[in-house]
Design a protein around this ligand. Structure first.
Ligand code: NAD
Length: 569
């Protein structure tokens, strides 16, 4: 190690602080001969700190190009004085914020446009300063740290997939109670075992934190925060924007950011990118950005996060390649698409397709019901066709975080383009009428028995929005309960996965606890209303002991005794 000179960090690898000394007197004349920045370079001798590494990468490209322009193709790549010594000198200039720095950067931009991308990439790669090459290596060697932001129904299974693939993960969430539970090795999602979480924490495969400044420690940041609708049913992107701002605050060169939250096409480019760019770093050079929709199906025993093919659209070629490479280590199949917009639109198409088809069978249910035809028998018959038909099933209304919400992200965007999404609007209209239809039918069935809904005891089975999950978000059961209460029914409920009713933003939820379905209790009810067909229910016993069962899910189709007590709606 030479005795004189200044200390600098090596640009070879973020995180490792390798100190090198620069023999100034030797470097400066060399650089002086290469670029018309002589005076400025000389002045930088009093600069103490090496600038961020993204700027080193840019400068390396600049040097090489300038050398090429001047017919000195050997100089940048094969300097006698070592690659990053030269880079260190000029990068100090680059970090200047005064007028000279600005002039130099303008000069650089002008000259950078004269080189082709391929040359650019090749040169930077040769210099070992191409951020994508470094990140690629870390991903390939599985030393990249994967940061997941938003540890809910999507984020936590994603952690599981990356831990299983051998990566170290960091989980970020603003909800301190979730961080506390994870750190204590406890799960708050039914289909993720506490024993798994405990082992990830014990083995240091997961660090859970609400300290967003630690995002700089991760190499890849996957955003899984909520994307709800606001009170006017317009997209509410404040969680995505807040997360992007938190990332931008500590963004460093060599990081890959992927948005996974469901959203309308152009969000990644027009919302996330401008916020990240405020960091001063350049996308595709310093950091990388992609969109990859989450297709998680909570509670589905056949498909975990790792087993569902992942569509990936990068904002540029390098970003797309890195994101595809990352997911290919943890997910069964990766499908690259040409842009984030295609990937964003793909997710909205999938959810709109479901919403529209569910609306179709819901409408047909009402029609067939009037005609005395069982819609579920019709669907079972139709699905025997081996092509051209996919079975969707009616229910008491749409539920969950995705299907009732995501299509309206597209409706909002269409309005901005002066267009209407009539299929989506119509599907929304049909689906949102279903809880009212169910209650109307219930009143008719009680009426047949000489009873009014007012004063009748009704026990609702299943508050979760779908079978075998503990997620009550947007569940139609809340609207059913509200309608029942408004009409004077005496309400109770049971859900093996939701022991007490949670507070809901849009509903006035009664203060109730899940009640045990004993034979005596069932017999005391005027009607048992099956809203969610959890597989934990013993439908044979429920029908046996109840006076009347209103089944909105065809859950009782295999019940052998007491079919005369069952009504469908
Ligand atoms: N749940 C599903 O089945 C599913 C399936 C596919 C796609 N998605 C989409 O994935 C996204 C996430 O959905 P989810 O169901 O996991 O939501 P969730 O509510 O279960 O989890 C989101 C988490 O993000 C946290 N969060 C909010 N703001 C944050 C911030 N600024 N920084 C860090 N954490 C923050 C919340 O505290 C919460 O823990 C949504 O866009 C959703 O539409 C969900």
């Amino acid at each position: 190690m030479p005795k004189s000179g200044r200390w600098h960090r090596s640009p070879s690898d973020f995180g490792e602080t390798v100190a090198i000394r620069r023999p100034w007197k030797a470097i400066v004349p060399k650089v002086r001969a290469l670029v018309p920045l002589r005076e400025h370079l000389l002045e930088t001798r009093d600069v103490q700190e090496c600038p961020p590494y993204g700027k080193l990468a840019k400068m390396s490209r600049f040097i090489v190009k300038t050398c090429h322009m001047r017919g000195k193709s050997d100089v940048g790549l094969g300097s006698n004085y070592g690659q990053f010594r030269i880079i260190s000198v000029v990068s100090c200039v680059l970090s200047r914020s005064d007028q000279r720095g600005t002039r130099i950067r303008a000069f650089m931009r002008q000259h950078q446009t004269q080189a082709t991308c391929a040359e650019d990439r090749q040169a930077a790669t040769a210099l070992g300063t191409d951020m994508s090459v470094q990140l690629e290596q870390r991903i390939r060697e599985r030393t990249a740290i994967i940061g997941i932001i938003g540890l809910g129904y999507v984020g936590l299974p994603l952690i599981k997939a990356f831990v299983a693939a051998g990566f170290q993960t960091m989980g970020f969430d603003v909800d301190q109670s979730k961080i506390g539970m994870l750190s204590a090795g406890k799960s708050y999602i039914k289909h993720i075992d506490s024993s798994d979480i405990k082992s990830w924490i014990d083995e240091e495969q997961l660090t859970a934190t609400s300290d967003m400044s630690r995002m700089a420690e991760a190499d890849c940041l996957l955003i899984c925060v909520p994307t709800p609708l606001d009170d006017s049913r317009d997209p509410d992107l404040r969680y995505v924007e807040g997360t992007a701002r938190a990332i931008a605050a500590s963004l460093r060169p060599g990081q890959l950011v992927v948005l996974e939250s469901t959203t309308y096409p152009t969000t990644t480019r027009n919302v996330v990118l401008p916020i990240l760019a405020e960091s001063g770093l350049a996308v595709g050079e310093d950091f990388f950005l992609a969109y990859s929709p989450e297709r998680e199906d909570p509670g589905n025993p056949d498909y975990s996060a790792a087993g569902i093919p992942k569509v990936v659209g990068g904002i540029d070629e390098a970003s797309g390649e890195l994101a595809c490479m990352l997911y290919s280590h943890a997910i069964v199949e990766v499908i690259p698409v040409d842009s984030p917009e295609t990937a964003e639109a793909c997710k909205i198409l999938e959810n709109t397709y479901r919403a529209v088809n569910i609306a179709l069978v819901n409408e047909l249910k009402i029609l067939f019901d009037r005609m005395g035809i069982d819609v579920w028998k019709v669907i079972d018959a139709a699905k025997t066709k081996p092509f051209g038909f996919q079975a969707f099933y009616p229910g008491p209304g749409l539920g969950g975080h995705c299907i009732p919400i995501d299509p309206f992200y597209l409706t909002w965007l269409a309005r901005k383009h002066g267009l209407n999404t009539r299929f989506i609007e119509l599907a929304g209209e049909v689906n949102s009428r279903m809880p009212g239809y169910v209650i109307f039918r219930l009143m008719e069935f009680l009426n047949e028995q000489g009873k009014s809904l007012k004063g009748s005891k009704v026990c609702l089975l299943g508050v979760a929005y779908k079978r075998d999950v503990d997620d009550p978000r947007e569940s139609p059961s809340f609207e059913l309960m509200e309608l029942l209460q408004k009409r004077g029914a005496i309400l109770s409920y049971n859900d093996p996965h939701i022991p007490t009713l949670p507070e809901m933003r849009h509903y006035d939820v009664p203060d109730l606890e899940s009640i045990e379905l004993t034979p005596d209790f069932l017999a005391s009810q005027d009607c048992v209303l099956i809203a969610t067909d959890h597989s934990a229910y013993d439908y044979e016993s429920i029908v046996k002991h109840s006076q009347l069962v209103l089944d909105t899910r065809n859950a009782t189709k295999n019940v052998t005794e007491g079919q005369e007590k069952i009504r469908k709606a």
